[in-house]
Write a protein that binds this ligand. Structure first.
Ligand code: NAI
Length: 350
């Protein structure tokens, strides 16, 4: 196959990073089209990167039959509709997380994906493609820590980025702390524990930033999750981390423990000065997961060229959405929530 020709929708905080990867860092890929509802964004990207087509209308981009694949980095509320349209128009599709903001739409997308098995579909759980997270998975599979029984995760956005985040949250309904932020950790928990959630209790609040209350969202929150086989998950998520972008994961097994990112270091440099010995922290997701964003996009393009599906599936998208939704539900109602299988009472085709 010649180069895979891709069109991307969404050119915001993350979309630009994906676009640059697709345009310049993946040899078997050509970024042929960019799309954003903001005309200046689309025109700027076209000019800056020399892209053949720029659109302000997604449906128009889907008319372009020179394209092979669509990369979706638009706000979360648009993912399901845009995935469905792109698959039905015959394209391979990558979509940013979360798959959907509601279980019903996520399940509908799964059905559409299953009806287009000859097209590649990939959901953007990029941490699975981060070298450290992938290495930890390998260690678990090798039995290095015995049976994993507990996962403890911190997913904290830097307080420095709060203004940018408020803009994102106000303009585009994000789904809230658990569906937007904790969802990466919820997916990792399912992946590492090889187990699905049964019960959730989530709490949280607006502490430094009362404006989160107006959004009916938590600025900082935590969820305690009981998984199948009595496995455990503790999830801390927040938007107000003073020292930087803190993504930390611990997996405790019957025979050992793995920790990833215990100190969220920027790099291997320690600065010794009159404040002490300082390991600076990563400032945001683009810095911490630069390699993972590139690796997941490379995998998407390879899957298309090699006519195979990625290991992260649409079902992972649905089940993580179900768990994220249960956390949101528990946070909003203050109740212990039983996580229902989203596949209950559904037609056998799903
Ligand atoms: P953003 O708000 O910075 O950018 C959104 C972009 O989509 C803008 O270019 C906007 O003009 C465009 N847009 C909005 N509505 C559109 C529509 N109907 N059709 C076409 N374009 C439209 O958002 P950000 O932070 O880049 O997030 C985008 C997606 O990426 C979200 O779903 C978010 O959850 C996800 N994300 C994932 C991360 C990860 O680590 N995997 C990190 C950050 C975001």
């Amino acid at each position: 196959m010649a180069k895979v020709k891709v069109g991307i929708v969404g050119l915001g905080r993350l979309g630009r990073q994906h676009a640059e990867n697709l345009a310049f860092r993946i040899p078997n890929c050509e970024l042929l089209a960019v799309c954003s509802v903001i005309q200046e964004e689309a025109e700027q990207a076209q000019k800056e990167w020399g892209i053949k087509y720029a659109y302000t209308n997604y449906d128009e981009m889907l008319q372009n039959k020179e394209l092979d694949a669509i990369f979706i980095a638009s706000p979360s509320g648009f993912h399901c509709e845009q995935i469905e349209k792109a698959l039905n128009a015959g394209f391979h599709v990558f979509s940013e997380k979360p798959l959907g903001l509601y279980l019903e739409e996520a399940l509908r997308v799964q059905e559409v994906v299953n009806n287009h098995r000859d097209q590649v579909f990939m959901i953007g759980f990029m941490r699975r493609y981060d070298k450290s997270y992938a290495y930890a998975k390998k260690k678990i599979e090798e039995g290095k820590i015995g049976e994993p029984v507990l996962i403890r995760c911190y997913g904290l956005d830097p307080s420095k980025a709060i203004n940018g985040f408020m803009q994102f949250a106000k303009n585009n309904y994000s789904g809230g702390l658990f569906l937007d932020m904790a969802i990466h950790d919820l997916d990792l928990a399912r992946w590492y524990l090889s187990s699905e959630a049964k019960q959730v209790w989530a709490i949280g609040g607006a502490y430094a930033h009362p404006e989160f209350e107006q959004l009916n969202d938590a600025e900082t929150g935590t969820a305690l999750v009981k998984f199948e086989n009595n496995k455990m998950g503790i999830f801390v998520a927040g938007r107000n981390c003073a020292h930087g972008y803190h993504i930390e994961t611990e997996i405790i097994g019957t025979n050992g423990t793995l920790r990833i990112g215990t100190t969220p270091e920027k790099n291997m440099v320690t600065v010794f000065d009159d404040t002490g010995a300082v390991n600076e922290c990563a400032e945001g997701f683009l810095e911490r997961f630069e390699q993972a964003y590139l690796s997941e996009a490379e995998e998407f393009i390879s899957c298309i060229r090699e006519n195979r599906q990625p290991s992260v599936t649409v079902e992972d998208g649905v089940l993580s959405t179900a768990l994220g939704y249960a956390c949101k539900d528990s946070f909003e109602t203050g109740e212990l929530v039983t996580v229902q299988s989203p596949y209950k009472a559904l037609p056998s085709s799903i």
